[in-house]
Ligand binder design. Structure first.
Ligand SMILES: CC(C)(COP(=O)(O)OP(=O)(O)OC[C@H]1O[C@@H](n2cnc3c(N)ncnc32)[C@H](O)[C@@H]1OP(=O)(O)O)[C@@H](O)C(=O)NCCC(=O)NCCSC(=O)CCCC(=O)O
Length: 276
């Protein structure tokens, strides 16, 4: 595996490692099998200077379900362990899902880049904020995001640990095969996910944040290069960790995938200049 976007932390983006691990697992199963879940642990930081080797163990080929175990390796040591399970299509009368939240369509909302440009155009914006916003703009990620409730940059207001945004992979993937869309969704699902746990704490900034584990369940067909609504919430934080859960919705209201993640979150208070 080679690298795309590298986060500022200079450790490999977790979503990239999961997505590539799923590519590796999917290559070892037959075409009539579809990914339905994966469970991963991030055990070491990924090194952006070298590629990643994905080693797949064929755990079991069953009649309906097939399980693979993948180790992502760098410098001879695992950085991620991932179990992925595939199933042949087996329709059933048992079928239900939650209802997608009602939100404005992506066409009515601005991308993160457009929001940043809007902020940068404000004449009274302090120089130090301009620098930070320009850095964010230069941070070219292969994902497009349209927040439903755009953040007010640099305003220290606590909010509920809930976040809603439209998301899609940049560029055109096409119908392609469903396995590829699942791999791209795995990439997308890790982006800005753990940050949901920090929303109630604007007085603190993350000194060290990294995902510890990530699980996903794929429910229906979808296209990761088309807008999906990512509904994220954090039901709990404690012990220097935060738990986040997410649902990826197709824009027609079909639940495409569910995700869960726990991450280590070590924070320090934001220091504000004295008003005296
Ligand atoms: C999670 C860890 C770090 C756990 O390993 P560990 O040996 O147990 O490490 P550790 O003791 O936690 O140390 C890590 C670091 O935390 C420091 N530390 C330790 N205790 C404290 C403390 N009380 N206060 C403040 N700092 C503390 C340690 O000194 C370590 O710092 P250092 O790395 O030496 O600078 C490791 O397993 C690991 O690195 N796993 C990989 C995690 C990862 O890379 N995940 C994927 C990337 S994260 C991501 O992609 C999310 C992106 C989010 C987004 O951009 O939206």
């Amino acid at each position: 595996g080679t690298h795309h976007w590298i986060p500022r932390s200079q450790r490999l983006f977790g979503g990239q490692i999961i997505g590539q691990a799923l590519v590796a697992a999917a290559k070892s199963v037959s075409d009539n099998l579809y990914a339905h879940s994966l469970h991963c642990y991030f055990v070491r930081a990924g090194d952006p200077k070298v590629p990643v080797l994905y080693q797949v163990d064929r755990i079991r080929d069953g009649r309906s379900f097939t399980v693979r175990s993948v180790r992502a390796i760098q410098h001879g040591q695992p950085i991620l362990i991932c179990q992925a399970s595939f199933q042949m299509l087996q329709p059933s009368p048992l079928q239900h899902q939650f209802t997608m939240p009602v939100v404005p369509p992506p066409e009515d909302l601005l991308t993160v880049e457009e929001l940043i440009r809007l902020y940068l155009s404000k004449p009274d914006l302090a120089e130090k904020y301009k620098l930070g916003l320009n850095k964010l703009l230069a941070n070219e990620v292969p994902i497009e995001i349209k927040p439903v409730n755009p953040p007010v940059f640099y305003k220290l207001t606590a909010s509920e640990p809930k976040n809603l945004f439209w998301v899609r992979a940049r560029g055109y993937i096409g119908e392609g095969n469903m396995k590829l869309h699942c791999c791209v969704a795995a990439y997308v699902s890790d982006f800005a996910f753990l940050g949901t746990a920090l929303l109630p704490y604007p007085g603190y900034r993350a000194q060290f944040a990294a995902s510890l584990d990530h699980a996903m369940w794929f429910h229906s067909t979808f296209r990761s290069d088309e807008w999906m609504l990512y509904e994220c919430e954090s039901p709990w934080a404690g012990g220097s960790r935060g738990l986040v859960q997410g649902r990826l919705w197709r824009r027609d209201g079909v639940l495409a995938a569910s995700c869960s993640q726990e991450g280590v979150l070590r924070v320090k208070p934001v220091t504000r200049p004295s008003k005296l």
